[in-house]
Design a protein around this ligand. Structure first.
Ligand code: AMP
Length: 420
């Protein structure tokens, strides 16, 4: 067995190697295409920001309070690695003040110092979109349906959408006061780990995963019952849009997303083929107060973040979206010194024919094995005879009898194109 290496990837991170990484490429390409088709452009922003950008967003959340990778840079600035996608996008919006509605997508690593457990990484990757500058509930529908359709296009079927409304900021504030006093009266029934949230962030108690707390809050007041007429209308319009798009959902009054700036619609997709502790595929919501909280103009916004690792785990569990076929069109087996392999790969690739080859002057047998393993349709065999005749042998690796044909080297590209 190989000696264990001196350095390994950090705990709870992973290397994604080929061929698995080809699924990542395919997933990214699919997402980029679907979002571009809906008018979203790529936003590429730094992987770290001033600490305040993230602190402002989630003072009440574990992600920001306990899990953030904070550091002081060499200039003495307090910085942090991005723990989630939205804050950076809103910071960029405030800085550049683009015309609205501003619709962007991103694919970016997120860093959280999580406890080590299955399906939870300290660096995970999110695909997301954010749309700023409109509070039209039809935009909420657009955003949710785009994510539902993305999962659908991967072949996922066991995906459940939950939605909720947090109401307008005023609805939320009044509700939070009611909820806090309701929880205070029942504090001893809550799991001790959730008690500290009652004062700071009582809504987080409602989405606790702990059994004791879940039982205690089953009859807690629900924000959907405390919405103003306008907020209730907006929520109705969102549900109507989802119905019209044939996207099934359930209203989950316990779905409160962590950020303090969420207003109106919140949503989350669960992968039912996964263990429930790690089955959140993606989620998001409206954050109409966030741009202002980060020092910009008051601007409504909505978006989602969806975990790549989780989505691929769900695909594994449902047996869909396998690794795409990355076999080259041809594999060149050169046992005549290698110069033809060197030059033919260049010519073929420039002609748009994918080509791979062996190196190091390996034996015929060993090169044929590589050709076979590559999965390529054609093996181009170059021996001394072929070189002397100015020809190559083209073997059809898919034909059971190894059908093989000699053709002029100069006719190779035409030949392959005619057989494609
Ligand atoms: P959140 O910002 O917590 O709502 O996360 C958005 C999505 O990112 C989740 O639905 C998961 O798919 C994924 N995610 C969050 N944290 C992790 C993690 N530690 N490891 C893997 N995926 C994660």
């Amino acid at each position: 067995m190989a000696e264990s290496p001196r350095f390994r990837a950090p705990a709870a991170t992973q290397d994604i190697l080929p061929p698995e990484s080809a699924r990542w490429e395919a997933l990214l390409a699919r997402f980029a295409q679907q979002m571009a088709d809906a008018g979203y452009g790529l936003l590429q922003s730094p992987m770290f920001e001033e600490l305040g950008v993230f602190q402002r967003v989630g003072e009440g959340t574990d992600v920001v309070r306990k899990e953030m990778y904070e550091f002081t840079d060499r200039g003495g600035r307090q910085m942090a690695l991005r723990p989630e996608g939205t804050a950076s996008v809103v910071r960029a919006f405030n800085q550049h003040r683009p015309a609205t509605p501003w619709k962007v997508w991103y694919a970016a690593p997120s860093f959280r110092y999580e406890r080590k457990q299955a399906g939870r990484y300290r660096q995970h990757h999110q695909l997301g979109i954010e749309a700023l500058g409109s509070d039209d509930p039809d935009l909420d529908v657009e955003v949710i349906v785009l994510l539902a359709d993305f999962y659908r296009s991967l072949g996922l079927q066991r995906v459940e959408l939950s939605i909720n409304s947090m109401g307008a900021p005023g609805d939320r504030a009044a509700y939070v006061d009611d909820l806090r006093s309701w929880l205070h009266h029942r504090e001893d029934q809550l799991d001790p780990a959730d008690r500290e949230k009652v004062d700071d962030n009582p809504m987080r108690v409602l989405d606790s995963k702990r059994e004791q707390t879940r039982a205690a809050v089953a009859d807690a007041p629900r924000i959907v019952d405390a919405l103003s007429a306008d907020a209730a209308d907006r929520f109705r319009r969102v549900r109507e849009g989802l119905d019209a798009a044939d996207v099934a959902y359930r209203v989950d009054p316990g779905l409160v997303r962590g950020l303090d700036y969420y207003t109106h619609t919140t949503f989350e997709f669960a992968g039912l083929a996964l263990e429930s502790a790690q089955n959140a595929l993606g989620g998001g919501g409206r954050y109409d107060g966030l741009a202002e909280a980060l020092g910009g103009p008051a601007t409504p916004g909505i978006g989602f973040g969806s975990g790549i690792e989780r989505t691929l785990l769900a695909c594994d569990a449902e047996g869909v979206f396998g690794a795409p076929d990355r076999a080259p069109d041809v594999f060149i087996v050169d046992v005549a010194g290698g110069a033809w392999a060197r030059d033919l790969t260049v010519q073929l690739r420039r002609a748009g024919i994918s080509a791979d080859r062996a190196f190091d002057g390996r034996s015929m047998r060993s090169q044929m094995k590589l050709a076979d393993r590559s999965g390529s349709r054609w093996a181009i065999i170059v021996g001394e005879d072929e070189v002397a005749a100015g020809q190559v042998s083209v073997r059809d690796m898919h034909a059971p009898d190894g059908d093989q044909q000699r053709i002029d080297r100069n006719a190779l590209i035409d030949h392959l194109e005619s057989r494609a």
